[in-house]
Write a protein that binds this ligand. Structure first.
Ligand code: HAM
Length: 430
């Protein structure tokens, strides 16, 4: 047989019916962003490599280690875009969209980074992003975050945490960088090798280290919030006040630094604990210096991007929790128990309309019914025989060893199940 050609590692096909979920994410993005007055922008996947070197930063992981760079047949150094912000700024300058103007754009499309693939991290991935230009006050940061928040809520996500920090003006960053380097140098021997190397090249990234020993040292590191000058402080206070006015909760996290060099003032990330190490589903911030740095007139700017694969993974996980998997399997050990089970379970369904509960039919021994209960994937079984029927109770039995079996009166079954099922399952995947 002729050898097959396989897809490139970290670059995935999306097949139906999953394409439907993607369509849903894109539709939600369009509806929400257009409702805030953002227009869709379509940008090339390929740009001059120089654009990202200058915008994202020469000493970032994205440019140094992850960018797909190649020469085209004319000898020009090109790159597959690793992110959307630089190209958007390039296009705005090129088309004269920024002079004395305000602009609001959104986009959806593939990005490319040569990262080590794992669940939630790929070499071709997609972002929904927004970028807003020409507005210097924190009100537009608040709007951008509110639009992101509405987009994530419209997809049905609850419990995502918004982390917020300020990187201040470039002068603030320079002063802080020096203080951080002094601190890190004093503790260099206790830091991991990666962090030691970063001290000279990109010290702020050390704050992102996941190595526990390094994290312990960082607990005493200087905080950038103590270095904010008055304009940076005023901007950051305005941003927090604006979020609070809209009831958007956030956690101020002075170690949030972002992996791209262009940020100034407020930066933010929405994080979940449900996707393992790749828990950031949406991230962004202000980048007031970038337009000028790429040859345009000084123009304030702010935006974010959200990883579509991560959103789809989360949606699939939620759907499995809400609809896919059976939650309760009911075993009646004789004809009378079966009748009682059918009747009482109708009441439980009245109380918990979303509950996925299967009542065994067709009789069989306790052993054979429990075998089916285990094979069904349900978390709990309700088991009743003649004694339980007589006492008006049912045995609530965990099928995953989460708790001891217990006898519960039928009127208490619904609240008890609600409580038990609300706890995360022991064998949560990813
Ligand atoms: P970023 O933090 O590099 O920011 O990426 C934004 C989001 O894209 C991440 O939070 C994550 O959800 C997703 N993402 C990043 N890399 C991968 C990957 N390898 N696989 C899957 N998903 C990934 C930016 O790209 C900025 N341009 C955001 C921005 C817009 N800032 C201002 N405007």
């Amino acid at each position: 047989m002729t050898a097959r050609v396989q897809a490139v590692r970290g670059m995935n096909d999306v097949l139906p019916p999953e394409t439907g979920v993607w369509q849903h994410v894109r539709d939600c993005a369009r509806t929400v962003m257009e409702s805030y007055g953002y227009g869709e922008i379509l940008l090339p996947l390929v740009e001059r490599a120089e654009l990202f070197n200058r915008a994202v930063g020469e000493v970032t992981d994205v440019v140094e280690k992850e960018m797909y760079v190649f020469e085209d047949r004319g000898g020009e150094a090109l790159a597959l875009r690793p992110e959307g912000t630089a190209g958007c700024v390039r296009a705005c300058i090129e088309h004269g969209l920024l002079h004395n103007q305000q602009q609001r754009f959104w986009y959806f499309g593939p990005m490319f980074r040569y990262e080590r693939p794992q669940a939630g991290r790929y070499r071709q991935f997609h972002q929904v992003g927004v970028e807003a230009y020409g507005m210097a006050g924190p009100d537009i940061d608040v709007e951008v975050i509110a639009a992101g928040s509405r987009f994530l809520r419209r997809l049905g996500f609850r419990g995502l945490q918004l982390h917020l920090n300020s990187l201040g003006t470039p002068a603030v960053r320079t002063a802080y960088r020096q203080a951080l380097v002094d601190f890190l140098q004093a503790h260099a021997p206790q830091l991991d090798a990666d962090s030691q190397q970063r001290i000279a090249r990109n010290p702020l990234r050390v704050l992102d280290s996941k190595v526990p020993a390094t994290q312990a040292i960082l607990a005493d590191a200087p905080s950038i919030l103590d270095y904010l000058d008055t304009p940076s402080r005023v901007h950051f206070d305005g941003l927090q006040q604006g979020l609070s006015d809209l009831g958007i909760a956030c956690v101020v996290d002075p170690r949030l630094v972002r992996g791209l060099d262009y940020y100034t003032h407020g930066v933010f990330e929405w994080q979940t604990t449900e996707l393992g190490a790749q828990g950031t589903v949406c991230a962004g911030g202000r980048y007031d210096g970038l337009v000028e740095q790429l040859g345009g007139e000084p123009t304030p700017a702010v935006g974010f991007a959200s990883g579509v694969e991560r959103l789809v993974l989360l949606l699939q996980q939620q759907a499995a929790a809400a609809t896919g998997a059976l939650q309760v399997y009911v075993c009646g050990l004789d004809a009378e128990s079966q009748r009682v089970a059918l009747r009482e379970c109708e009441r439980v369904r009245d109380a918990l309309p979303a509950l996925q509960m299967l009542v065994h039919a067709g009789g069989g021994s306790l052993k054979s019914q429990l075998r089916r209960a285990n094979a069904s994937g349900a978390r709990y079984a309700l088991v009743l025989g003649s004694r339980e029927v007589e006492d008006g109770v049912v045995q609530v039995k965990s099928l995953r060893g989460e708790r001891e079996p217990e006898l519960v009166a039928w009127r208490d079954v619904a609240p008890r199940l609600m409580e038990y099922l609300a706890a995360p399952p022991v064998s949560a995947e990813i």
